[in-house]
Ligand binder design. Structure first.
Ligand code: FAD
Length: 448
């Protein structure tokens, strides 16, 4: 019989239990469904990444990958009927959109079985609970249990698969990114980058990970999101490498954050938009023309605060931003420009190649103080001192803000102290003042 393997967030052949299940069920027809609405909404860096992953998958399946455009609930059942498939295999998707989509596909498939195997996480969302069966609401106890729970061994890469063919459409074309520093797409690039990180950088990860001017983080986020690598593989490789120490420990903790936020979203899907913690429900925000102009200045990297502008321009150009910069820019929108986190989260989701509803929206909720954990709502990042601390020589700012390239060293974080270079904007707000306004708003919303 023919078994369709419908690739979604598992764009790889290695360590793919759902693909193994498909192979055990018959000859495998590899499918990717491209929803034109989603493709059109994606920025060039994401298009480039996804197109590159699909091109490699096409090659890895000896030219058999079928790409069809349309809504999955139409496309998948139609293809199953066309080729007489007995089953459709997928890696489970636990996000709110994926769950709805899969339920619709399952219904439309009728007698053809939709078989879910595995998930994109080391431990599937919903698995780890407190002793009384309720979900964890804070990270640290979750992470302890997560580590104790352990994870499965990686699935072997199938040595032989009998691929089967169907008509498809052209693979989507990767936009030309010129010499923009975009992440290399595909399973083999993920492997290469990961091996290098594990050999050369993970030991120093804890010391170095906050430096946006250096290349010290793993850059696995987009690979993990699209499944060109699975976190189980990373955790297994770390254990096999025999390395121990704070670098490895902190890195594993970061992978656990990813699982934690997916778990939170699994239990509370509405928190993709609504506040996890409704203590701040009554919060008011800036609105109107002035707020829109502020938002646009933020989005375009024209706030007059160098580190914020560098980060927002990196996001636009490359579709990625360093974690520390995500915190600083999110804090700036929420606490200096007094805008609701949902607006910033939407913008990030449009532009990030690794844009992931659970990690992104809960990352924003954390910054806004509406999320899980004892969130420091009173913590307002100072964009100048953060820049001086984490981009100590100013190299990161000069890389992304050409107007400031004439200013040497860390002075680049305060260009207003000299003659403001032509073309670079004045600061759109007074940080000290806005900080007070933010603290006041938070106090009022909390009823104090
Ligand atoms: P590394 O430092 O090498 O970390 C390794 C992996 O751990 C990452 O690839 C990621 O999968 C995971 N991880 C690290 N930090 C976090 C975290 N705080 N929360 C969840 N997982 C984490 N991450 C996304 O993958 N997608 C997003 O859309 C996203 N949006 C964010 C929005 C905001 C406002 C904030 C503060 C954080 C967001 N993050 C998001 C988390 C984090 O910034 C990125 O995962 C990280 O910068 C990706 O770079 P890296 O792969 O080099 O990370």
């Amino acid at each position: 019989p023919t078994a369709i393997h419908w690739f979604r967030r598992d764009l790889r052949l290695g360590d793919n239990p759902a693909l193994i299940a498909a192979r055990e069920a018959g000859d495998v027809l590899p499918l990717f469904v491209l929803d034109p609405a989603i493709w059109e909404k994606s920025g060039n860096p994401r298009k480039h990444f996804l197109a590159g992953c699909l091109a490699e998958l096409h090659e890895a399946t000896d030219g058999h990958l079928v790409v069809r455009h349309g809504k999955p609930e139409d496309v998948v059942p139609a293809l199953a009927e066309e080729v007489g498939a007995a089953s459709v295999h997928v890696a489970g998707d636990t996000g709110p959109y994926g769950r709805r989509r899969d339920a619709a596909v399952e219904k439309a498939l009728g007698d053809v079985e939709l078989v879910r195997t595995g998930s994109p996480y080391a431990v599937a969302p919903g698995t780890i609970t407190k002793d009384d069966g309720t979900p964890f609401k804070v990270f640290t106890p979750f992470s302890r249990r997560w580590r104790d729970h352990g994870w499965h061994d990686p699935a072997p890469r199938p040595r032989t698969v009998t691929w089967t063919r169907a008509d498809g459409e052209d693979l989507p074309e990767a936009p030309d990114m010129g010499d923009t520093a975009v992440l290399e797409p595909g399973e083999s690039a993920a492997r290469k980058r990961w091996e290098q990180f594990l050999d050369e950088r993970i030991a120093d990860y804890d010391d170095q990970r906050n430096r946006p001017d250096l290349d010290t983080t793993s850059r696995m986020s987009a690979h993990l999101h699209f499944g060109t690598v699975h976190p189980r593989t990373l955790l297994h490789d770390i254990a096999e490498s025999g390395q121990t120490g704070t670098g490895v420990d902190t890195y594993v903790t970061e992978l656990c954050w990813r699982d934690f936020y997916a778990d939170v979203l699994w239990h509370r899907p509405e928190t993709a938009r609504e506040y996890y913690n409704d203590e701040l429900k009554g919060m008011t925000y800036s609105s109107g023309k002035h707020a829109d102009e502020d938002f646009e200045a933020w989005a375009a990297g024209r706030t007059g605060f160098p580190v914020v502008d560098a980060a927002m321009r990196q996001l636009l150009a490359e579709g990625w931003m360093h974690n520390r910069m995500r915190m600083i820019t999110a804090s700036f929108l929420v606490k200096d420009l007094h805008q609701e986190w949902t607006r910033g989260a939407r913008y990030f989701m449009q532009h990030l190649v690794d844009g992931d509803l659970a990690s992104n929206n809960h990352g924003w909720q954390w910054v806004a103080g509406t999320g899980t954990d004892a969130a420091p709502y009173f913590r307002v990042f100072n964009p100048v001192t953060q820049g001086q601390k984490f981009d100590p020589d100013g190299d990161y700012v000069r890389r992304y803000v050409p107007e400031l390239r004439g200013i040497e060293g860390k002075a680049v974080h305060e260009p207003w102290k000299g003659d403001l270079p032509e073309g670079y904007p004045e600061r759109i707000v007074d940080h000290k003042h806005e900080r007070e306004v933010a603290l006041d708003r938070y106090a009022k919303a909390r009823g104090r």
